[in-house]
Design a protein. Structure first.
Length: 388
């Protein structure tokens, strides 16, 4: 079947690279999502191993509908009895864009009615109490083309489990993983975040260096479905554990002016089981002195829309720029929504990449042309640049 992986805008190509590296077939990237062909085993593998995808959806059907009758019949034709048990909970949610059927509540109602009609015929009952496991049904209608999907993930894949607590403006884990990939972090890299907050960038870098699958210790909605073979997830988790490796010299260094942030990073690193790879301490950015050894600096400074007012943010960029001089074996990656960042940092980036932190449009400013430690372009490093 077709499996759909929604992504943050800007990460589609990186997620497609991930999936190809996992051995998925017919991978194609679209705006805001990546599709591939696979089965339930590969859906489980994607849930466990994906670093940058947001969730994993099974597409049950795709058809055209311009009337509610066509929508009803298209949904009713799906073999819902295979996917939904007689006691399962099956809520419906979705969206419609540039389509004749533009009322989302009406579409939800029709889809639910069609599913109930099909299940009633199969189970011989008219009322469903919906007290069992949740089988979340999602729909999208784009230019009258309807896609009906099941959400296998439950909570989004960015919820790794190590960040129960966060600072005031956390960076989504999937976006942090994308930044780490674009920075070409390897198993022997030194990664520095001088404004580490809750430690998300450092932890994602450490997870990649050790090749720990981000979903290894969490559970997914489809594990409770009666249609999902029980042996699939244990087998996929065992395969993922076998891929964990020694980091061979990797280290992550974090600084923050806030004592609470330092303690939060340490706590989150322990939950992620990478505390041995991360060193963090309190330090004001004004006192930052970068070592001359190979270094990849990746950071998400507080900016105007998030924590600081604009003037404070601009002063912070100036200080950061005064510390990040061009030098061999150093590369710098800074994400912010401020379009004037380069002006305050003191020089233009070697490359900019548009990314979204949730709904906030940002740019990742990449400085690497004087360096051998970071990436030479904006392609993914997955399966390409780490022969070890």
């Amino acid at each position: 079947m077709t499996i759909v992986v929604p992504t943050l805008f800007g990460l589609e190509g990186l997620v497609a690279d991930e999936l190809r590296f996992f051995g998925m077939e017919q991978v194609r990237a679209e705006n805001g999502r990546v599709l591939f062909e696979g089965d339930l085993e590969e859906a489980a593998r994607a849930n466990i191993r994906l670093r940058m995808g947001e969730r994993v959806l099974l597409e049950l059907s795709r058809f055209t509908a311009v009337t509610f009758e066509e929508l009803f019949q298209g949904v009713r034709d799906i073999p819902w009895e295979y996917w939904v048990g007689r006691t399962d909970t099956f809520p419906v949610k979705g969206w419609s864009l540039n389509s004749t059927l533009h009322s989302v509540p009406d579409c939800q109602s029709i889809i639910k009615k069609a599913i109930v009609d099909r299940l009633s015929s199969h189970y011989g009952i008219e009322w469903f109490e919906e007290t069992g496991p949740t089988v979340q049904i999602q729909f999208s209608i784009m230019k009258d083309e309807v896609s009906i999907m099941l959400d296998t993930s439950g909570p989004g894949l960015h919820k790794r489990g190590y960040r129960a607590n966060a600072n005031e403006a956390p960076l989504r884990e999937t976006l942090a993983a994308g930044m780490v990939d674009l920075a070409h972090v390897r198993r022997d890299s030194t990664v520095l975040d001088p404004m580490c907050g809750s430690g998300t960038i450092l932890i994602e870098a450490a997870l990649k260096a050790r090749n720990i699958s981000p979903g290894l210790t969490r559970r997914f909605a489809c594990e409770k479905w009666s249609c999902f073979p029980e042996e699939i997830f244990p087998r996929e988790r065992e395969a993922a554990r076998a891929l964990i490796r020694k980091p061979e010299g990797f280290q992550a260094i974090g600084y923050d002016i806030d004592t609470n942030a330092v303690e939060l990073t340490e706590s989150n690193a322990r939950k992620a089981h990478v505390e041995d790879l991360i060193k963090v301490r309190k330090l004001d950015l004004h006192r930052l002195i970068l070592p001359r050894t190979p270094l990849i600096l990746i950071t998400n400074p507080p900016y105007g829309e998030r924590m600081l007012d604009r003037q404070e943010a601009e002063e912070l960029y100036q200080v950061l720029g005064s510390r990040c001089h061009p030098q061999p074996d150093h590369s710098y990656y800074v994400i912010t929504s401020d379009e004037k960042f380069e002006e305050y940092f003191g020089r233009p980036a070697d490359r900019r990449r548009k990314l979204y932190n949730g709904m906030l449009k940002c740019n990742l400013y990449m400085y690497y042309k004087n360096s051998n430690s970071g990436g030479k372009n904006n392609e993914s490093t997955i399966g390409k640049r780490n022969p070890r």
